[in-house]
Design a protein around this ligand. Structure first.
Ligand SMILES: Nc1ncnc2c1ncn2[C@@H]1O[C@H](COP(=O)(O)OP(=O)(O)OP(=O)(O)O)[C@@H](O)[C@H]1O
Ligand SMILES: [Mg+2]
Length: 285
């Protein structure tokens, strides 16, 4: 019995998979949420397309294992998925598919048995292979499943910044706090931005952010430095129904305009990140 408890404790303590080294210099932005259905995939797909039109060389990893929706929103039908990588049929480098807007996507497939019950270690290894198959200078947007499972947290730990999405609803805010709590325990220096989606006004987003920030400072001793706003916009739902992303086909709608502002900030953060990586490698040389 004691042996079993010791083994369990060491399993909990062993977080080495959260620190898997990255071999390529691509900037990874993960999009996550505690609660499901808050708009992660819509934001991930359309942010990735907006980034692609701002900067070029953008990839999207759909890491909602076995419940991939990004291809539905993009109107593509991938021949290969991360399931082929898990089963050893192909390398991750061969799983990327070309999408509209110059975006490249790796899907994780839909309803595939081998993509369910992926644990934290397997998830980290799979994500490492996807990230390493990108090229230096790429931006990689990662859409995740909702929740605080090990498989999600290990993906978030590998990202260079995490956008945690909530809506103004108290249940969503509660689950958002849970995500921030678990993530900061796993990776204390994680760079987190709050995105309040489906908002009626910037002031509503501001009040959600201030409330959540106060709770994070009080109970976690840290603040998330940035917060973003995406308004409620019927073009988001229309884009899903027609499989025509609003970033490409309704680029002047309110949600698209706010995503452009977010994309510009991410491109600037990526530029700074690349500059500091270059400086580090010069020092190491
Ligand atoms: N800003 C918005 N305005 C209006 N509707 C929105 C907005 N954002 C998301 N939605 C709607 O919310 C629903 C869920 O969106 P989406 O599938 O992107 O969420 P999700 O967080 O990825 O869900 P899951 O957790 O199941 O993966 C969709 O019907 C979408 O149209
Ligand atoms: Mg989704």
């Amino acid at each position: 019995m004691i042996d079993q408890a010791d083994a369990l404790r060491s399993l909990v303590r062993d977080k080495s998979h959260l620190d898997l080294p990255r071999r390529t210099r691509a900037y990874a932005v993960a999009i996550t949420s505690g609660k499901g259905g808050v708009g992660k995939t819509s934001l991930a797909v359309n942010l990735a397309l907006t980034l692609a039109s701002t900067k070029g060389r953008v990839r999207l990893v759909d890491a909602d294992y076995g419940l991939s929706n990004a291809e539905v929103l993009l109107g593509v039908n991938p021949d290969h998925t991360l399931e082929d990588v898990v089963c050893g049929r192909i390398d991750a480098a061969d799983a990327w598919v070309d999408c509209p807007g110059g975006l490249r996507l790796i899907s994780s497939g839909s309803g595939l048995d081998s993509m369910t019950n992926i644990d934290g270690v397997a998830s980290a290894e799979l994500m490492a292979s996807a990230l390493d198959s990108a090229e230096n200078g790429d931006i990689i947007v990662i859409d995740t499943a909702p929740g605080i499972d090990d498989s999600v947290i290990s993906i978030l730990s590998m990202a260079d910044e995490v956008l945690v999405v909530t809506t103004p609803e108290p249940t969503s805010i509660t689950d958002c706090y849970a995500t921030i709590k678990v993530l900061t325990q796993a990776k204390p220096d994680c760079r987190i931005s709050l995105v309040t989606n489906n908002c009626s006004s910037p002031s509503q987003a501001g009040s959600v952010a201030r409330g959540l920030d106060a709770i994070c400072i009080r109970f976690l001793g840290r603040s998330f430095q940035r917060y973003e706003y995406v308004p409620t916009d019927p073009s988001v739902g229309r884009a899903i129904l027609t499989r025509r992303p609003f970033a490409l086909h309704a680029a002047h709608t309110p949600a698209a305009s706010w995503l452009k502002r977010l994309a510009i900030k991410i491109v600037e953060r990526e530029r700074q990140w690349q500059a500091s990586r270059r400086a580090e490698s010069l020092l190491e040389a």
